[in-house]
Design a protein around this ligand. Sequence first.
Ligand SMILES: C[S@@+](CC[C@H](N)C(=O)[O-])C[C@H]1O[C@@H](n2cnc3c(N)ncnc32)[C@H](O)[C@@H]1O
Length: 186
Amino acid sequence: MARTKSSSRWLQEHVNDPYVKQAQKDGYRSRSSYKLLELNEKDRLIRPGMLIVDLGAAPGGWSWVLLEKRARVIAVDPAMLRPDLYERRGLRHVKESAFTFEPEETVDWLFCDMAWRPLEAAALLAKWARRHWARMLVANLKLPMKRKAEMAIRLREVLADGGWTRIRMRQLYHDRDEITVVAARG
Ligand SMILES: C[S@@+](CC[C@H](N)C(=O)[O-])C[C@H]1O[C@@H](n2cnc3c(N)ncnc32)[C@H](O)[C@@H]1O
């Protein structure tokens, strides 16, 4: 299939992105890995044996980092993960939309880096709290719009309505048009 102008430009920027280059050099699965490494460095969120659902997991940068921390990971994404991830112990790939996936038990962490409209993603995360499906949350919400601060306030309200508490929102060094949320339930 012929590449469009914008996809060629994205590919060019992606290939030239210094963090993509660094990620390849360090053996991480994607640029996204650095967001999680940055967050975990400060907060020490992940402990061995924790059960974590990773929504929007492909190509698998976050799942890779979580497995390195010896967590058990359920990676939910209709897209395929990097082939070498399938060899890792502790990983299950559910090739399904995050909007239809339901966990079999309450998990320690819900991670979400899904490429989706932020209010709809936040409503899904609120459902996870309401149904007691996860105890803690890390989510990267996309903010491509101009009025980012207003959207962030609205997203916080949606998450709080669902039952997420201790909601912290920040823009990590590696975040671009996005915000990273950490929260707990109850
Ligand atoms: C930014 S990428 C995630 C990168 C990933 N965190 C990593 O570290 O490699 C966004 C992902 O969201 C996924 N996605 C989009 N819509 C989805 C949906 N309805 N359910 C699950 N995943 C979805 C896409 O397939 C894509 O793989």
